[in-house]
Design a protein around this ligand. Structure first.
Ligand code: ZN
Length: 273
């Protein structure tokens, strides 16, 4: 009886969050896609990094994730540029967890200027060099991205729309404790220096926009993939709004025979490496 009760308690514990705890300590990379360019990354050492976290207003985020409490503890927030579908809930998540939001330097300045974040919550960095805000095991660099980065804001006092400096858009290179390297490309068109980014940082995985109109379409994304030569590619930033017409099937067709494994995800799914 006692054993059965213990077994029941254990099963319940696993059900109630033991799974999350196990996930955090299994030495693997877990990437939960929340739609558009929004990911929750759990590192092999159990750190949790939110990237471009647009959750509450994101039409592709499953209902079960539309609650910032559900994300669990977060250790760091990264933002690729100032557009609303990328900044999204980043300041709220940084405040809630008492952690830093790293993005383009100009966006950090605007966050401080508008009183959204403090200078401690929004430190400045830029393209070039590497930061290690979670300790030496996790290295983060910003790369070029061919896009724009206006910060559109409704002033709570005047209720009027304002456009502020958002810094330059960036791609994010995240090298994890076990060496696994992720290139979150941000919003971008294809550019020739992606070849150099691939050769220098040797990303295992790219998170690549394919929707077109504002970012690469499937053909441009296929060219970008051949320049970077990653082991894995997860297509993102498509289907969220009508202009983002590109599909994973078109991307795979444009890519043809390749050594890169394309992983097509559904929002709410977790990829493990
Ligand atoms: Zn954008």
């Amino acid at each position: 009886m006692g054993f059965r009760l213990f077994g029941f308690a254990l099963a319940l514990a696993l059900l109630l969050g033991g799974g999350e705890a196990a996930r955090a300590q299994d030495g693997k990379v877990h990437l939960l896609w929340l739609g558009q360019s929004s990911f929750r990354l759990t590192t092999p050492g159990g750190k949790v990094i939110m990237i471009d976290p647009w959750v509450l207003q994101n039409p592709k985020t499953p209902a079960e994730w539309k609650d910032l409490d559900k994300l669990g503890k977060v250790d760091l927030v990264l933002v690729s540029h100032a557009h609303g579908d990328h900044v999204g809930d980043a300041p709220a998540i940084a405040k809630k967890n008492h952690v830093q939001m790293w993005g383009p330097a100009g966006l950090a300045d605007t966050m401080v200027e508008l009183g959204i974040l403090t200078p401690e919550e929004a430190p400045r960095m830029n393209k070039g060099g590497t930061i290690t805000p979670l300790g030496p095991g996790i290295a983060i660099s910003q790369t070029r991205a061919d896009h724009s980065s206006e910060f559109v804001y409704v002033n709570p006092d005047t209720k009027k729309r304002e456009v502020h400096v958002g810094g330059e858009p960036v791609g994010l290179i995240i090298k994890l404790e076990n060496g696994f390297t992720i290139y979150h490309m941000g919003d971008t068109n294809v550019f020739g220096d992606m070849k150099m980014i691939g050769e220098y940082y040797k990303p295992d995985l790219i998170l690549i926009p394919i929707g077109g109109h504002f970012v690469m379409d499937p053909k441009e994304a296929a060219l970008a993939t051949t320049l970077v030569k990653p082991k894995f590619a997860i297509p993102v930033h498509y289907g969220t709004i009508p202009q983002l017409k590109g599909t994973p099937d078109e991307y795979k067709a444009a890519l043809g025979q390749t050594d890169t494994k394309v992983m097509v995800m559904t929002p709410g799914e977790t990829a493990t490496f």
